[in-house]
Design a protein around this ligand. Structure first.
Ligand code: HEC
Length: 252
């Protein structure tokens, strides 16, 4: 009895018995029931799958890791249609496609104000879309592009009062291309009008408006008849060759 009592005194520390304390610790679940430090088989399989797929993809898109693709003598460019009107296979590119493409490049000079959309900036720069100046004849447009405009100036019922710069430093071809571009892209043209302005027409315009020394006022531009077109023959949209003798070809 005396020894039994002795034991209890040894186990008891303060109010909690050391045996009870360890019992509660033993009841807890271990952190990794599957065994410490192992990775589930499904994770391994998934990783292997991703590595194999990824490696295969890399291999097939890098030409089998061969360095020959980086050596320029093995480089074979895909043939592009030439700008001259036909590509290697003889497929014709219509003249008008190139003409308006070049016009779009010249239009880069205009987007700061009239915007790539041709909608302008309300209150500051007028739109080309829905503008009676773009929809009308080419004489007014030729005059505007060559010598610019000094506001106030009305477009589609709205008044603008800034300076439209003169573009007479651009050659006749470039001005003809940009007018063609804005008419075909943003204009709503009269029946039978293909929107094209040619280099010859701009040459005539430079002549016709050579007396103008300052940017146009609205009144001066209104004095040019709205539907007046620049002189010059129409061209075949496929070939760019002149058709007819200066007069629009009658249809039907
Ligand atoms: C610095 C800004 C600016 C640039 C760049 C500019 N314009 Fe203009 N443009 C104007 C303003 C402003 C007017 C309106 C007249 C005014 O207030 O003087 C105008 C008017 C016009 C008009 C007649 C009105 C209309 O909206 O239809 C046409 C057409 C036109 N511009 C075409 C062009 C083309 C094509 C280019 C590029 C080659 C160009 N503009 C570049 C500011 C500009």
């Amino acid at each position: 009895m005396a020894s039994e009592e002795q034991k209890n005194i040894d186990y008891e520390q303060g109010t909690v018995s050391a045996v009870e304390l360890h019992d509660s610790v033993r009841r807890e679940n271990p952190l990794h029931p599957g065994g410490e430090g192992t990775v589930g088989i499904s994770v391994l399989v998934a990783s292997a799958f991703i590595l194999i797929l990824g490696g295969g993809q890399l291999f097939s898109t890098s030409n089998g890791f061969r360095d020959s693709i980086y050596i320029s003598e093995n480089y074979q460019p895909t043939p592009k249609p030439s700008l001259g009107g036909a590509d290697a296979e003889g497929v014709a590119v219509a003249w008008i496609v190139d003409w308006t493409k070049d016009g779009k490049k010249v239009y880069n000079n205009c987007i700061a104000c009239h915007q790539a959309s041709g909608l302008g900036i309300p209150g500051q720069f007028p739109p080309l879309v829905g503008s009676e100046w773009v929809d009308g004849g080419t004489a007014r447009l030729g005059a505007i592009l060559l010598h610019g405009i000094n506001g106030p100036f009305k477009v589609a019922g709205q008044s603008y009062n800034q300076l439209m710069p003169a573009w007479n430093s651009l050659n006749d071809e470039k001005i003809a291309q940009v007018i063609t571009y804005i008419r075909r892209e943003f204009g709503s043209l009269p029946e039978g009008d293909d929107g094209v302005v040619t280099t010859d027409m701009m040459k005539a315009a430079r002549e016709q408006f050579s007396g103008q020394a300052t940017p146009y006022t609205e009144a001066e531009l209104l004095a040019i008849p709205e539907s007046e077109n620049l002189p010059g023959s129409k061209v075949d949209l496929e070939t760019g060759e002149p058709v007819g003798g200066g007069e629009p070809v009658a249809e039907g």
